[in-house]
Ligand binder design. Structure first.
Ligand code: URA
Length: 294
């Protein structure tokens, strides 16, 4: 799976190889599949295939199995909770073969490592960020069905919001990216009604804006341009509260008219067209890991 795909158009038998980027808006899928149903097309690869393994540091194997962060794995080893082939190991950095060695944490066997997949998706508005909706509304699963592996979104964008969504089957990384303590930066290009004053923007920046019972953390807020009755703002937040950007903008008296996420955890949407998905490069995967110190 090397390229970006959009859902097949009517009359196409399956996903095409990605051609050169074309201007204009690619057609949207005509219908979303019913919940639990997959659009016909290329068969998916197994959800998670085992990878051929070679000797790895024990703490890396434990953290990649999703049991702990790298530091957490070191602690597990230090505390004598890890055995390799029946022997307690307290030494850091021991090289093990995850396919051949029997590694247990607190007596539970760690399975062989899985191949991880990471993609960037430019989600269009009009789709729920979920894999199935009991009410039958369109979901992003129609786009994900073209990928060779089963992945899930890291966090959510509202149905009417578009932009950058990370897709992966790396559960531990996704969990850390979404954890509030990671304070991963998320940047939105927002069209708001009216023209926010400098004081209003200062409220977004200084952490004094109340959202429910507690204030929103300080955000980066920059006016991009203004028109007669609307303005465009670039807002960077490090929290992920429910409808956070819409609530922040409403709280300063300038409701959101349109919202697009343009950056996430140091990655930017760049030229990725709406509806399209592309694999992350190894450098981009490292940027995500660095953002939450996995
Ligand atoms: N803030 C919102 O209000 N909605 C989103 O989808 C993301 C951030």
């Amino acid at each position: 799976m090397a390229g970006t795909k959009r859902p097949p158009r009517k009359g196409e038998s399956g996903p095409r190889e990605r051609g050169p980027e074309r201007p204009g808006r690619p057609a949207r899928p005509r219908r979303s599949p019913r919940p639990g149903q997959r659009r016909p097309g290329r068969p998916r690869a197994e959800a998670a295939e085992a990878v051929a393994s070679s000797p790895e540091r024990l703490q890396k194997v434990i953290s990649e199995a999703g049991l702990a962060s790298r530091r957490g794995a070191e602690r597990l080893i230090e505390e004598g909770r890890v055995t390799v082939n029946g022997q307690v190991v307290t030494q850091q950095g021991l090289k093990v073969d995850p396919a051949a060695d029997k590694i247990k944490v607190d007596g539970r066997l760690i399975g062989p490592p899985q191949r991880m997949h990471y993609y960037m998706f430019n989600k269009p508005a009009g789709y729920l960020t979920t894999l199935a909706d009991p009410r039958g509304r369109p979901t992003i699963s129609i786009f994900l069905a073209q990928l060779p592996v089963r992945v899930f979104p890291v966090g959510r964008l509202d149905m009417d919001v578009e932009g950058l969504l990370i897709l992966t089957n790396d559960g531990p990384l996704a969990k850390r990216l979404m954890h509030p303590s990671s304070q991963v930066p998320k940047t939105y290009r927002i069209k708001v009604s009216g023209r926010p004053s400098e004081e209003a923007l200062a409220k977004l920046r200084d952490g004094s804006l109340m959202l429910g019972e507690r204030p929103a953390a300080p955000a980066g807020a920059e006016m991009i341009k203004t028109a007669e009755d609307r303005s465009w703002i670039l807002l960077t937040i490090t929290e992920g509260r429910h409808h956070q950007v819409k609530r922040m903008c409403s709280a300063i008296g300038h409701p959101v008219l349109k919202l697009k996420r343009v950056a996430y955890a140091g990655l930017t949407l760049g030229t990725l067209h709406r509806d399209n998905i592309r694999p992350l490069t190894p450098q981009e995967i490292q940027v995500l890991k660095d953002a939450c110190e996995v």
